[in-house]
Unconditional design. Structure first.
Length: 86
């Protein structure tokens, strides 16, 4: 709880806004995974971690629950560790 990660924002479909990294604070680490195919398995099974986040955007903070980890950070709406240089 309270660790800072990166949240990958959604870009707009037309490309007006690119998907970007946002700082996010972990607010909850759920006990169980919530998405198929590992719905109901303990969080962290096969390296699949989800977290609830407070995302710090330039124009406000928003909260999102059960966000999937994606260290490739290609997909919007995922989180990754911030050590990467992006
Ligand atoms: Zn990042």
């Amino acid at each position: 709880m309270g660790r800072v990660v990166h949240y990958r924002s959604f870009g707009t479909p037309g490309g007006e806004y690119a998907s970007e990294c946002r700082a996010a604070v972990v607010t909850e680490v759920p006990q169980y995974l919530t998405q198929e195919p590992m719905d109901g398995c303990p969080n962290g099974t096969d390296g699949e971690w989800i977290a609830s986040l407070a995302v710090l955007g330039p124009s406000g903070t928003f909260f999102d629950r059960n966000v999937r980890q994606d260290e490739d950070s290609r997909d919007g709406g995922t989180w990754h560790w911030p050590e990467r240089t992006d």
